[in-house]
Design a protein around this ligand. Structure first.
Ligand SMILES: [Zn+2]
Length: 528
């Protein structure tokens, strides 16, 4: 309704008005997360949540405590363990057997490329020394006996999750989304793009939106099945239509659920050498391998898919990590432009780890939004040990070029990929600005030429993500302006006070959100 000094607004206060003193804090537009897995993360938060724990002993203690507190749960589910705490990155079933011998345990790892299971789960899944590896995954085995040792990789984990683990009910998905929503609201987030919507989570989102329990504004990215072709577009259209007429108006400023996007995962990740590269991976010792990584969707099919989806009015959200994947994704959007002409669908590419310099200007030229997961742009063990030696020095210097994208005129959006990494926008913004791990602020910055100014970084996490979510209309979010939806976060610190946030030091992780409002409604209040 109004923005201005307290004295000018005092006359608007009525008997039902609550006055909140910012006390030196700062009101910012509600953050919007442009790439998050809310139902999955919420589901794990309600079960065994290992993301915030360190090491095997802490994990096993949490699993044992959950099992003791939930004696009637037939399955022990959840996840968030990190490979770095296990020899070879592969935990053993025997450790889980020691704390839960009688019920099946299935725990995804933090980046959802594998799972840790106990003997009971393997038995229920019928996985033995005689079971073959699936084409798109691997069963970790005892080298002496061939017996499954308790880690399932990639497709082996997904197949187990789909075929053996009980399917969550709609009520369970609804509870999961609500658990995620309350966590995201507590971090000042008022809207997001869900980067992996399935028919089951679509149903849950729809029902939450229909009765007002969904207080965030959510754009849903329907999952492109890479084992199928263009014939799946008919199913995607049905899913989009099922959300109802109002929900498919992508420019709508109201809160609710809008399944107007399709997510295509074009390659894997660099840490396990499945990210798609133009030149082969190095061998870690100064030589080359002959592995170029994987294209999950071949370039011709990708171009045809993006062109068809664009023609049907879908926004396309592309996962692309390696330089070849990113070039193929840009080529696919170029093919859609050549065939269908320009439009306002705002296709975007997420992750953007290695980009060849000549591809950077193409984002602005094609109107492709750079969807940045800035928390990853820091030196940490995975980067130092698994990524840089296998990229080699030249490509390692091309990682996460967010400032170069910004300078080229590309629009930036930001998102977490939670629960892979933290959902907290302030932690991600600290890394976007400093390129330093907030827990080791004395570390040198990672490729410091790619640091973003505090203004550019906040702009990307608010207005930029609102843009990619088609939430920038005159009543939309992402900006503080009279006439817009009141999506607000109150920070306990004025992060734009002179000297607080610089490229060298921006301690945003220490800042807390005091209060969050979505569509004018208080959805989080820390009580402080
Ligand atoms: Zn993701």
């Amino acid at each position: 309704m109004a923005i201005g000094p307290a004295a000018d607004l005092a006359a608007l206060a009525g008997p039902r008005t609550r006055v909140v003193q910012a006390g030196g804090g700062l009101v910012v537009p509600g953050f919007q997360d442009s790439h998050v897995h809310a139902p999955f993360a919420g589901r794990n938060r309600l079960r065994v949540w290992l993301n915030d724990l360190v090491g095997k002993a802490a994990y096993l203690e949490a699993v044992a405590a959950y099992a003791a507190a939930n004696p009637d749960e037939p399955w022990i589910l959840g996840g968030g363990w990190a490979m770095e705490y296990f020899p070879g990155g592969t935990p053993s079933r025997h450790d889980l057997d020691a704390v839960v011998p009688d019920r099946p345990v299935f725990l995804f790892n933090r980046d959802v490329h594998g799972a840790w299971v106990n003997s009971k789960a393997l038995e229920l899944g019928g996985i033995t020394a005689a079971s073959p590896d699936p084409g798109d995954g691997r069963i970790e085995r005892d080298p002496a006996t061939g017996e499954p040792s308790g880690t399932l990789h990639e497709g082996a984990a997904y197949a187990f999750n789909e075929q053996v683990v009980p399917t969550p009910t709609r009520a369970e998905w609804e509870a999961s989304i609500l658990a995620a929503q309350s966590h995201l609201h507590s971090l000042g987030i008022t809207g997001w793009q869900d980067a992996w919507v399935t028919p089951a989570t679509l149903e849950a989102y729809r029902s939450l939106a229909a009765d007002g329990r969904l207080t965030a504004r959510v754009v849903g990215a329907l999952w492109w099945d890479r084992h199928r072709g263009l014939d799946q577009i008919a199913d995607l259209l049905t899913q989009r239509e099922s959300a109802g007429d109002a929900a498919t108006r992508s420019g709508s400023a109201v809160a609710g659920f809008f399944p107007t996007t399709v997510k295509i995962m074009t390659d894997g990740v660099l840490e396990n050498y499945t990210g798609a590269l133009l030149e082969p991976y190095c061998d870690g010792c100064g030589g080359h391998t002959d592995n170029h990584g994987l294209s999950f969707v071949e370039p011709d099919l990708l171009a045809a898919a993006v062109t068809e989806l664009d023609r049907y009015g879908f926004q396309v959200h592309l996962h692309a990590i390696g330089d070849r994947a990113i070039r193929n994704a840009l080529d696919a959007v170029a093919a859609a432009r050549a065939s269908n002409g320009g439009n306002d669908l705002r296709h975007h590419i997420a992750h953007l780890q290695v980009i060849q310099p000549q591809d950077i200007p193409r984002f602005a030229e094609l109107g492709v939004v750079a969807n940045c997961q800035t928390y990853w742009a820091q030196s940490e063990p995975q980067m130092e040990e698994l990524t840089i030696p296998f990229l080699g020095p030249e490509r390692a210097a091309l990682q996460y070029p967010f400032a170069a994208l910004r300078r080229s005129g590309a629009r930036l959006a930001m998102g977490s990929d939670w629960s892979v990494t933290t959902a907290n926008p302030l932690e991600q913004l600290e890394v976007a600005i400093t390129r330093i791990d907030p827990e080791h602020r004395d570390n040198p910055p990672f490729l410091p030429g790619e640091r973003l100014s505090p203004t550019d970084a906040f702009d990307a996490f608010t207005r930029g993500s609102a843009y990619v979510n088609h939430d920038d209309g005159e009543h939309g979010g992402g900006v503080l302006e009279v006439g817009r939806r009141a999506d607000l976060a109150l920070l306990d610190t004025d992060v734009f006070a002179p000297g607080f946030a610089t490229l060298e030091r921006a301690p945003l992780t220490d800042v807390r959100v005091r209060l969050t409002a979505a569509s004018g409604q208080v959805v989080f209040d820390s009580g402080r």
